[in-house]
Design a protein around this ligand. Structure first.
Ligand SMILES: [Zn+2]
Length: 114
């Protein structure tokens, strides 16, 4: 499952940032995961709990903010937000020409370190 390599990537960034800031323990990590990112939060948490063992993040709790998919239609100009994971056309006018604005993120929002 690809969440394992993603979890490892997030862990490395978190550990790196924590060390660079001069701290040596991560207490919590808050993440933004877009619904269209292809990452399942449950699978991510499971994978993260596995990879964090024996690191400075071993005790870290992970909080995930799920970001809904939103976009702007190029045809009718409507901003839209959907609860769906994927969007194939504008919910207003069914045009397939639109720009995704949110929903693909995978970012660390903030961390608590000691
Ligand atoms: Zn539209």
């Amino acid at each position: 499952m690809h969440e394992a390599s993603i979890a490892l990537g997030v862990l490395e960034i978190a550990v790196d940032n924590c060390r660079k800031a001069g701290y040596n323990r991560i207490e919590s990590i808050r993440l933004k995961i877009g619904k269209a990112s292809g990452i399942m939060p449950d699978a991510f948490l499971f994978a993260f709990n596995a990879v964090k063992a024996d690191t400075i993040a071993a005790e870290a709790s992970v909080i995930i903010d799920e970001i809904p998919v939103s976009g702007l239609c190029n045809k009718c100009g409507k901003d839209f937000v959907t609860e769906e994971k994927y969007i194939l056309c504008c919910p207003e006018c069914s045009s397939a020409s639109f720009n995704i604005k949110t929903g693909r993120e995978l970012e660390i929002i903030d961390m608590e370190v000691f």
